[in-house]
Write a protein that binds this ligand. Structure first.
Ligand code: UT7
Length: 326
C-alpha cells in the first residue's frame, strides 16, 4: 500500500494550505560532455537510430564524470539561481542509485565540495529518488529547517552494458539539483504526494554489487504505466485537483512510449509535459530535476503554476508530488 499523507501529518493537509510553504527557489543541472549517439551504438550493436527513437524517444545520452562531481556542479547552479550561499544550506539530500562508493554515501563529498558540513545523506529509491527527496525535504522543513538541497545525480555508464540491446540504448549520466526553501508567505506549497513500492518486482530491474543493470524491459514498461496512472491519480485526488488544474507535468524520463501510454489513461496532454529524454536518455534519479531545469529555462513555470512530478523505477518504487509554485 502506498504511504499516504494524512490530515494530522506535519505537512500540508489534503486540502493543500499549511501554516508554512515550500518554495523550489533555484534549479540547476549538469551533463558530462561526452555524447553517445544512437548512431555510435550501431558500430557494435544490432540496432538503428530509427528503432531506438521510435521505441524509446531517445536520440543520445551522456557518459563520464562522477556522481559527486555532477551533483556538485548541478548544486552550484541551483544555489546561484536561488541566490543562496552554500553556508545557508542546512541539509543535503542526494538521490542516487550510482554512488561514488558503496561506502560512504556520496552526499558528504558533495557537501564538502560546496564548503559546508551540514547533514548529508544519500537516498536510494532508484528513478523515484528525487521525488522521495522532495517529500523528505518537506518533512524537514516542517521540523523547522529553512534551506535544503535536493539533488538527483547518476553515473549509470558504470552500471550499463553498452553492448546489451535492452539496456545499453537507455541509460546515461547527469544531475539536477533544487534549493528547497521554507516559504513563509505560504504561497508555494507541496499540495500532495504519493509514495509507494512493490518489492515483489525487485528482479525486473536490478544490479548486483559491481554488476551491470539487468532488466525485463517489457515487464518494467507494463508495471510503469500502471503505477504512474495510480500514483498521479492518488496525488491529484489528495490535492483536490483534476487533470485540468495541472499546468505542467514533469515525469521520469525513461521511455516516451511509457509516458504516452500512461497519459492516454490519465487524460494528460503531451503539450503540458516536459521531456528532455531525447538528449539525456534515462538518467534515473537525475531525470526529473534535469527536466525541471529545462522547463524553468524555457519559461514554462510561473508563480502560481501547479506542477506534477511523477517518478517510477526499480524496486519497484513510485512517487508523485504536486507543487504550487511560489
Ligand atoms: O527507469 C525505468 C527504466 N526502464 C525502462 O524504462 C524500460 C522500459 N522498457 C522499454 O523501454 C522497452 O521494453 C525497451 C526499449 C527496452 C525494448 O522495447 P520493446 O518494444 O519492449 O522491445 P522488445 O524487447 O519487445 O523487442 C521487440 C523486437 C524484438 O525483435 P523481434 O523478436 O520482434 O524480431 C527485439 O529483438 O525488437 C528487437 N529489439 C531491438 N531492435 C533494435 C530489441 N532491442 C532492440 C534494439 N534495437 N536495441
Amino acid at each position: 500500500m502506498s504511504s499516504e499523507q494524512t490530515t494530522d501529518s506535519s505537512g500540508p493537509s489534503g486540502a493543500g494550505v499549511g501554516p508554512w510553504g515550500l518554495k523550489l527557489a533555484g534549479v540547476g543541472a549538469a551533463l558530462p560532455p561526452k555524447v553517445l549517439t544512437n548512431d555510435d551504438l550501431t558500430a557494435w550493436m544490432d540496432t538503428s537510430d530509427e528503432w531506438i527513437r521510435e521505441r524509446t524517444g531517445i536520440g543520445e545520452r551522456r557518459l563520464g564524470g562522477t556522481t559527486s562531481g555532477l551533483a556538485t556542479e548541478a548544486a552550484r547552479a541551483a544555489l546561484e539561481a536561488a541566490g543562496t550561499a552554500p553556508t545557508d544550506i542546512e541539509q543535503v539530500i542526494l538521490a542516487t542509485t550510482s554512488p561514488d562508493y558503496m561506502l560512504p554515501g556520496t552526499a558528504p563529498a558533495v557537501a564538502r565540495e560546496l564548503g559546508i558540513d551540514c547533514g548529508a545523506f544519500d537516498l536510494q529509491a532508484a528513478c523515484s529518488g528525487w521525488v522521495y527527496g522532495l517529500v523528505v525535504a518537506n518533512g524537514l522543513i516542517a521540523q523547522g529547517m529553512k534551506k535544503i538541497l535536493v539533488i538527483g545525480a547518476e553515473t549509470l555508464d558504470r552500471m550499463t552494458d553498452y553492448h546489451d540491446r535492452g539496456t545499453g540504448i537507455l541509460f546515461g549520466n547527469g544531475a539536477g539539483a533544487v534549493v528547497v526553501e521554507r516559504d513563509e508567505s505560504s504561497q508555494g506549497q507541496l499540495l500532495s504526494w504519493d509514495l509507494g513500492s512493490n518489492g515483489q518486482h525487485v528482479h525486473i530491474l536490478y544490479s548486483e554489487h559491481d554488476g551491470k543493470i539487468q532488466m525485463d524491459g517489457r515487464e518494467v514498461f507494463r508495471q510503469a504505466v500502471t503505477v504512474i496512472q495510480r500514483s498521479a491519480n492518488a496525488a491529484m485526488e489528495r490535492a483536490g485537483l483534476t487533470v485540468d488544474d495541472i499546468d505542467l507535468i514533469v515525469p521520469h524520463q525513461a521511455n516516451i512510449r511509457i509516458v504516452e501510454a500512461a497519459w492516454k489513461r490519465l487524460g494528460f496532454s503531451m503539450d503540458k509535459t516536459e521531456m528532455v529524454l531525447e538528449h539525456t536518455g534515462n538518467t534515473s534519479a537525475a531525470s526529473i530535476p534535469l527536466a525541471l531545469d529545462n522547463a524553468i529555462n524555457n519559461g514554462r513555470i510561473q508563480p502560481g503554476s501547479t506542477v506534477l512530478f511523477v517518478g517510477f523505477g526499480a524496486g519497484m518504487t513510485w512517487a508523485s508530488a504536486i507543487v504550487r509554485w511560489s
